[in-house]
Design a protein around this ligand. Structure first.
Ligand code: 1GP
Length: 271
């Protein structure tokens, strides 16, 4: 849901006071109602952005209803908070952002889109092809594009396979620094270092440090294989601004349990 505190979503993304959490909802893994319940639990725990997408199995038929269900659930929570003077309604103004596998996995109801270049893909479709196909839809729908360099690091997982990425190894710090400089030079706002969903090892902190040192302008996102607050803190201490988790939030059938887990995750990450 669109924040009223900033003129656009990228200003909101930049304005968060560091060590922030994003929940990634994969519409291929959860129906819209479950996804919405997970988002309400996550926002209650302190999550400040919601990504909707996945590297396979998503299209407008599952992405759009998922975005709508999440937006409606947040609206309802915001409305409920207006009935209680102790609650701050802006707390629920958490943007729902597309993190699409391609031009067919979009929704006009999203607040913004990570308009990404998969920078280390060997396939031009992921550099600019899907983006050219999706741009007119995004423009017509009025969904805010946030330019993002997306770089997949080893082990890379399905995102690395589907995106045909030449994976960045943990010792390739000069290379990741060059990607960060390149992303900044393109005028992107965000750089996302991805290890792949469910990765057995997250992005190496040396890579995060090198990217951070190469650019202090980019908002730095890190995700893939982060399952606990201590690991998230390592990423934050190395220079990440936001940590993304997907699998962690899919493990819980019970929203209350998810909320409790994320509360301790976020508090440890920020410690
Ligand atoms: C995938 O980085 C995200 O794009 C999240 O990964 O599912 O391992 O948390 P996980």
């Amino acid at each position: 849901m669109r924040p009223t505190s900033t003129p656009d979503i990228i200003s909101y993304v930049r304005a968060q006071p560091g060590a922030s959490h994003i929940i990634l909802i994969d519409p291929d893994d959860a129906d819209p109602d479950i996804a919405a319940q997970r988002c309400v639990a996550a926002v209650s725990a302190g999550t400040r952005m919601i990504f909707v997408g996945g590297s396979s199995g998503t299209d407008e038929d599952n992405v759009h209803p998922t975005v709508v269900a999440i937006q409606e659930a947040l609206e309802l929570c915001k409305w409920n908070s207006t009935q209680d003077s102790n609650l701050n309604e802006s707390f629920w103004e958490v943007p729902v952002v597309l993190f699409p596998q391609g031009a067919s996995a979009l929704s006009p109801s999203a607040d913004a889109i990570t308009f990404m270049m998969l920078m280390n893909s060997t396939n031009p479709e992921f550099l600019v092809g899907e983006q050219v196909r999706g741009a007119p839809y995004i423009r017509k729908a009025g969904v805010e594009p946030m330019g993002m360099g997306y770089v997949i690091c080893a082990p890379g997982g399905k995102a690395g396979e589907v995106g045909q990425a030449k994976l960045i190894e943990p010792n390739q710090t000069e290379l990741i620094a060059a990607y960060a400089m390149c992303a900044e030079s393109y005028g992107f706002s965000i750089l996302y270092l991805e290890a792949g969903s469910g990765a057995h090892t997250p992005v190496h902190p040396d890579l995060i440090r090198a990217a951070r040192a190469a650019s202090d302008k980019l908002v730095l996102l890190v995700g893939g294989g982060i399952r606990d607050g201590a690991t998230a803190k390592i990423a934050i201490d190395a220079g990440a601004d936001w940590v993304v988790t997907g699998n962690l939030c899919e493990e819980f059938a019970d929203a209350h349990e998810l909320q409790t887990t994320l509360e301790s995750f976020i508090s440890q990450m920020k410690s």
